[in-house]
Ligand binder design. Structure first.
Ligand SMILES: [Zn+2]
Length: 175
């Protein structure tokens, strides 16, 4: 549990995957806790909406985030010979807690960070667009003030870096 983005909008974790595809966000001593009652597993004693999937039944792990993002599956294999990082196969014995190896957990963390990258880039666009629009409104106001003070369209065009004609087309209607 627990990777938080700088803006606190995203909280990610390496989720254990039950045979029916449900993801776990936490565990108890008896197994991984998954939300929902199907009757296939024992209900948890503390959380009545959760079932306990025994560690030995966990089929793998995937990245998960509070925003709804889900990473690709890392499959659990139960013999060391079947382990293959490149093919997303991680060895965790059946009699152990069903946590991924630290290498796979690190890889899942990287996948979670990668899902943030485009969102953070879009946040940059959002901030720039806000400044752009504010600057546009300030430009309109200062042009109106200049015109009211007696400046010509040629003077205003020169100040903006456009032609007299363009300045007129852009602002004459707004006067
Ligand atoms: Zn997210």
């Amino acid at each position: 549990m627990g990777w938080v983005s700088n803006d606190h909008e995203h909280e990610g974790w390496a989720a254990a995957v039950a045979p029916d595809g449900r993801l776990s966000a936490s565990s108890s001593g008896e197994g991984m806790l998954v939300q929902g009652i199907t009757g296939h597993y024992q209900p948890d004693k503390m959380l009545p909406d959760y079932e306990v999937v025994p560690d030995r039944e966990i089929i793998g792990w995937r990245g998960a985030c509070g925003c709804g993002w889900r990473g690709e599956l890392w499959e659990r294999v139960t013999s060391p010979a079947a382990a293959d990082f490149g093919r997303r196969r991680d060895f965790v014995p059946l009699d152990e807690f069903a946590n991924p190896s630290s290498k796979v957990e690190g890889a899942i963390h990287d996948e979670w960070k990668a899902h943030l990258a485009p969102l953070e880039a879009v946040a940059g666009v959002e901030a720039a667009a806000r400044e752009y629009n504010q600057a546009g409104r300030r430009l309109d106001k200062t042009v109106a003030a200049a015109k009211a003070a007696g400046a010509s369209w040629a003077d205003i065009g020169r100040a903006v870096g456009i032609s007299r004609q363009s300045a007129h087309e852009r602002w004459a209607e707004k006067q």
